[in-house]
Ligand binder design. Structure first.
Ligand SMILES: Cc1cc2nc3c(=O)[nH]c(=O)nc-3n(C[C@H](O)[C@H](O)[C@H](O)COP(=O)(O)OP(=O)(O)OC[C@H]3O[C@@H](n4cnc5c(N)ncnc54)[C@H](O)[C@@H]3O)c2cc1C
Length: 517
């Protein structure tokens, strides 16, 4: 990584928006301040006193440096960025550990378990659900366990086409090591640059394969997890019907059952054939029907992203009067133009108008990667930017989207005193349903942003759960989605999860407050 990781916001400090860019971006919104909130220097932060110290044998892998603690205090949700900008770092970990190998992880867990110190596994820290922020005072101290030192591709099996990869490898780091062998993992969440394999596995992340290979789960062959009671390593198998899958217990476990140290992952040949197109729709409902038809066609596009008119305008893919369907196909073995033509044909048969130029595809892609920096710039201007995502079956999709708009607009207006913007896009589609992703933009007042955000978030979550849409399709549960998750999860399963937690983490030190109490 060339550049300095921002301690308060997304990505690299050098890539953050300038003050002028922040002001320009918020210019169209009423009631925003004249200047952006300044970014505090780490030296100005009132970090809490460090309460614990590691044994001498671990001193070399543990840091209590202020910049390191500040940088590990939050994930990267909007509310995290605002609190960091306000210098509210009372939840900073006492210590941050950087294990060099798995033996260090074992030693750190042994010490923490004995000392009653909470351990928060930390990959890239890109959680948007409070997954890496310990809140509470039931433990003697808090240790953030940063896996970034475990970032190697250890082995490649070209016969089975799989690779053994350490959990702390960020997306670009693992791809750089696979590329010379001709392989790719091809898991590209929007947070790809600053998130890790371990974080993806622990949260069951969604990449930007829109169909078929959406979740990281699809690529897992076996996993190695250090739990407080021993190392759990599954056999490398292409499939197995031998009882419940041990890997499925740890996929999505969000650091509460153990620390994932490495995994054998199915890799793929690098694609050499690519083609993409954009199709415009005057009617959003017709566009939804078209996407459903494509998702059920067994064509399996790599990209199948529907942007409503507001979202298309926001990303520069269209002028705000049309919805845009971005379709993409990739293959390592055969040209894909014919599959693209078939998918575009399906969209056209639902009233879509194929675009002549590829401008919309390019505009969407570059805006997409720049989006988190823009969100942070808006946060500095006291603009509320909330995103939430879900999934539901096709029979309920349009009803759900209509309900979100109809019910959330009045809530935003009541809370902020002004109308807000609600945009929707489909990030992933399955044959039986889409994953709608909503962006809410509302004006806030300096000082009230987090409270307003939390109120909008609570109202949005309530709407989703009441419609039996998932409280999260790919952003994990963490601490912030607990109310929705507690309702979505069947009670016998909750009992089984609690029992697994007690068995694997008897001292209750692993990421307390996440997923279960
Ligand atoms: C701008 C932005 C875009 C995003 N886009 C996407 C997206 O497209 N798709 C998507 O799925 N998510 C997305 N996210 C959310 C986030 O990036 C994912 O949840 C990601 O999988 C987290 O990876 P990480 O390495 O940053 O994990 P962290 O944020 O460090 O941790 C996430 C959770 O996993 C646990 N954990 C981390 N590493 C380990 C480990 N080795 N062993 C055990 N537990 C561990 C942590 O304790 C925590 O509970 C986005 C977030 C942001 C800020």
């Amino acid at each position: 990584m060339t550049g300095t990781r921002s301690w308060w916001g997304w990505g690299l400090a050098e890539d953050a928006l300038s003050d002028e860019e922040c002001v320009a971006m918020a210019a169209a919104l009423p009631g925003t301040p004249a200047r952006p909130r300044p970014v505090p220097d780490v030296s100005e932060l009132a970090l809490p006193t460090v309460r614990v110290s590691p044994p001498g044998s671990l001193a070399g892998v543990v840091s209590s440096a202020p910049d390191v603690r500040a940088g590990h205090t939050f994930g990267k949700a909007y509310r995290d960025v605002v609190r960091a900008l306000r210098g509210e770092v009372a939840t900073a970990p006492d210590l941050v550990a950087f294990p060099r190998n798995e033996a260090d992880v074992v030693d750190l867990l042994d010490w923490a378990g004995g000392a009653g110190v909470a351990v928060v596994p930390y990959g890239g820290g890109s959680s948007v659900v409070g997954g890496v922020e310990y809140r509470g005072d039931a433990h003697a101290g808090v240790l953030s366990l940063d896996l970034s030192g475990l970032d190697r591709v250890l082995e490649v099996d070209p016969v089975s086409r799989a690779a053994r990869i350490q959990a702390g490898a960020r997306g670009p780091v693992l791809e750089d090591q696979l590329r010379p062998r001709g392989y790719t993992l091809r898991h590209f969440p929007q947070s790809f640059e600053h998130s890790t394999l371990g974080g993806w596995l622990a949260t069951r992340s969604g990449g930007h394969y829109a169909t078929l290979y959406t979740h990281i789960d699809e690529f897992v062959e076996s996993m190695r997890v250090v739990t407080p009671v021993g190392v759990n390593e599954s056999w490398r198998l292409p499939g197995s019907g031998a009882g419940p899958s041990p890997d499925r217990l740890f996929l999505g476990s969000e650091g509460i059952l153990g620390v994932i140290t490495e995994a054998w992952m199915r890799v793929q040949d690098r694609p050499i054939h690519k083609a993409s197109a954009a199709v415009l729709f005057g009617d959003f409902g017709a566009a939804v029907d078209a996407v459903r038809a494509v998702s059920q066609s067994a064509l399996y596009p790599t990209n199948c992203r529907l942007l409503d008119p507001g979202e298309a305008a926001f990303s520069g893919a269209a002028d705000g009067t049309s919805s845009v369907l971005v379709l993409g196909f990739e293959s390592a073995v055969a040209p894909v133009e014919d599959r693209l033509a078939q998918a575009v044909g399906i969209a056209a048969s639902h009233g879509g108008v194929p675009q002549e130029s590829r401008g919309a595809v390019g505009a969407w892609r570059s805006a997409f990667l720049r989006m988190p920096y823009r969100r942070d710039g808006l946060a500095r201007m006291s603009v509320i930017v909330e995103t939430f995502e879900t999934a539901c079956t096709w029979d309920r999709a349009v009803g759900l989207i209509d309900a979100v708009r109809a019910e959330l607009h009045p809530v935003i207006e009541k809370i902020t005193g002004r109308p807000g913007v609600i945009n929707c896009r489909f990030t992933h589609v399955y044959p039986d349903g889409p994953a709608p992703y909503f962006t809410v933009v509302a004006t806030g007042r300096p000082g009230s942003e987090v409270a307003v955000y939390d109120e909008i978030k609570a109202a949005a979550s309530e709407i989703l759960v009441r419609h039996r849409a998932t409280c999260t399709h790919h952003h994990a549960v963490g601490r912030d989605h607990r109310p929705g998750y507690d309702r979505q999860r069947p009670e016998p399963f909750a009992a089984a999860l609690r029992a697994a937690k007690s068995a694997l983490d008897p001292a209750g030190v692993l990421n307390p407050g996440v997923l279960i109490d």
